[in-house]
Design a protein around this ligand. Sequence first.
Ligand code: AMP
Ligand code: ZN
Length: 498
Amino acid sequence: MQRGKGLRYSARPSRGMKLFNTLTRSLETFEPLDPGGRQVGMYCCGPTVYDYAHIGNWRTFVFADLLRRYLEFRGYTVRHVMNITDVEDKIIRRVQETGLPLREYTARYETAFFEDFETLRCRRPHHTPRATEHIPEIIELIRRLMDRGIAYQAPDGSVYFSIEKYVAAGGQYGQLARVRLDQLRVGERVRSDEYAKETPVDFALWKARTPEDGDVYWPSPWGEGRPGWHIECSAMSMKWLGPSFDLHLGGEDLIFPHHEDEIAQSEGAGLQQPGRRFVKYWVHGAFLLVEGRKMSKSLGNFFTLRDLLARGFAGREVRYVLLSGHYRETLNFTLEGLQAARGALGRLDECLARLRELAESHAGTASSLSGAEAPVPDLLGPFETAMDEDLNISAAWAAVFEWVRELNRRMAAGTLTPAGAAAALQQWARVDDVLAVGERSEETAPPEVLQWVEERQAARKARDFARADALRERIRSAGWLVEDTPKGPRLKRLPRTA
Ligand code: AMP
Ligand code: ZN
């Protein structure tokens, strides 16, 4: 594996990180296209902003965040792009129902999406392009496909992608989804953005304006209309990452037709250098079920992140559950699982709090230790070994909790020095850069709460206990609990109730 200068792991070049590539249906060692081996381009299909994202959606976005964070942990410089689908069939239907202008309708859900994104501690992508702001690029891409004879305008005025012409020109339609082309129904067309796997048919690139579209249309060389969903992602990913990039992510439901069609459009336009594909690694996350069933409003098992926060759970608890299983395995989400997450994170928090106390106690306990100290249990080694293996998160969690047990044992036995505790905390900081589930006082305590804590300390010192209690209540109503420890007050986040 070729690696650039200054990478943390250049001393161990033989070890690679493995990922399962849907294109080849095999585990492959990740090697970026960048000849320097350092820059990584990653695109993840973003939300369709027609409603609040549900926890199934969040599983996919948190999985994308995990992969990005782990690549960064490994020393890569990731350029992460996630589009915002702000025009497609479902959105148009909602816009019609509500009578709101398109932008006004989608802005509300886009804002909510990014609030949730932060609550779940996902790192912001470097670019979050909106489809409606890339109409010229989309038109240009369709024009190129027209010029190459792979797209055609049908009698209904819409422009379609011709699978027959693409295949005749050497394109490999069906490779990603393993669709059999002997079922190809030549010239048969589908205008809807979503269609069944069994139907490799010509799909819409540009949809001619219809009365149901209302005000949602743009001019184009083929008349007024709007883009199809698939072409949006081809145009935006190639604009921001170039015609060939490393990683393309999404939920497994997107393999067909969305990603199959993205490959056809992007490679059909022939912008890649000879020998290069549109995307090197296709990585798909499995679905999330709730209580063993597909989420649906009628079954009463449909949850947005907001529903869970309203039940008093914290973003990091939801994140922990979403990261509790391997990304290629179906995840069964339950409220009991979320309760268990609280317990597991509580054990972790407690261990870390004790490590902090010990680390801050300087030489105090060290003098009570005799002779050579046993080395601090290693967390980074087992964590990396697990994550290098196609993001084996279950093994990574097992390593974390084994480490917690061992440290607790050492602390109980009084055989951990303050320096050992500090070293353990450093290991955790590295690991939590990837997992992002740790308690974070700086993130969690807003300035006014910190101010009240200080005022409360002053009141206690002045023996004004009535005021101290009133301040404690004020802090509590802001969602925080003050605990008085020998080292001073400590803030704890209370579960959210609204
Ligand atoms: P959408 O907003 O519907 O375009 O979906 C956004 C992302 O969520 C896509 O990558 C989907 O594959 C993914 N997704 C949708 N439902 C689920 C689910 N139940 N479990 C996991 N991912 C999902
Ligand atoms: Zn997409």
